[in-house]
Design a protein around this ligand. Structure first.
Ligand SMILES: [Zn+2]
Length: 236
């Protein structure tokens, strides 16, 4: 169990450092106003218009960092600070979410694969929670000490890691589409505007990289414990 706790502690620490850097970068460019005179919602609409996407709605959403694209309802939800703001950070986030809408419209393969995986991931994380609950209640010691128990845990962590890895090309590609459009159309002026958008999106992508790396290490840790069965009756 010590190894697992150590991995989770280290990856949470790395995740915290990256998310702090992301927040400070967004705060920094949240004070730089785009010279195009558009707010986040208008940037998103302009990008959709540019790619002739007419069936996607843009809606405001309460909270911070609640921005996302929902392929089922074809909706770009922008958090209220992004929806209403005229800053470089807001423009970058809005364009990134549009990048997902364009992926959907152009049937981008990795995005489709990610959507197909969602119900399996939900199922596997429920099994994971159930097993961990059992262990915490002291009735599941065998889960962490037997090859079959570790096998199930390894499979669920494998699914989590695979999902986190498939998320990477989807996120990197959405940012790439956003930055290409912002540059080509001059929506973000060269210099502090474009560089700020690029830096903000880079740190957003790093959170997904850290997430995938930690999921991969946890999967390998449980897999290795299962294969070597080195714990022999002790908790991993
Ligand atoms: Zn995204």
């Amino acid at each position: 169990m010590f190894g697992y706790i150590a991995i989770v502690a280290i990856s949470s620490l790395v995740g915290m450092v990256i998310s702090k850097k992301l927040k400070s970068t967004f705060a920094k460019y949240g004070t730089v106003i785009m010279s195009n005179g558009m707010n986040g919602a208008q940037v998103a609409q302009a990008m959709l218009d540019y790619y002739n996407i007419n069936d996607v709605k843009i809606v405001p959403r309460k909270g911070i960092l609640t921005d996302h694209y929902n392929p089922l309802t074809k909706t770009i939800a922008l958090s209220e600070p992004v929806y209403n703001s005229y800053s470089v950070s807001a423009g970058a986030v809005a364009a990134h979410e549009c990048g997902h809408a364009i992926q959907h419209a152009s049937k981008y393969h990795a995005m489709h694969m990610r959507s197909v995986m969602v119900p399996f991931i939900q199922f596997s994380s429920r099994i994971q929670q159930f097993l961990f609950f059992g262990i915490l209640m002291g009735i599941g010691t065998e889960i962490m000490t037997s090859v079959w128990g570790l096998g199930i845990l390894t499979a669920t962590f494998g699914a989590t890691a695979l999902f986190a890895l498939v998320t990477l090309p989807v996120e990197f590609n959405a940012s790439k589409r956003a930055l290409t459009w912002l540059d080509d159309t001059d929506v973000m002026k060269d210099g502090i505007e474009y560089d700020g958008a690029k830096e903000g999106l880079k740190w957003a992508a790093m959170t997904y990289v850290a997430n995938a790396l930690s999921a991969l290490v946890i999967f390998l840790y449980f897999g290795w414990n299962m294969l070597t069965n080195r714990n022999k009756g002790r908790l991993v």
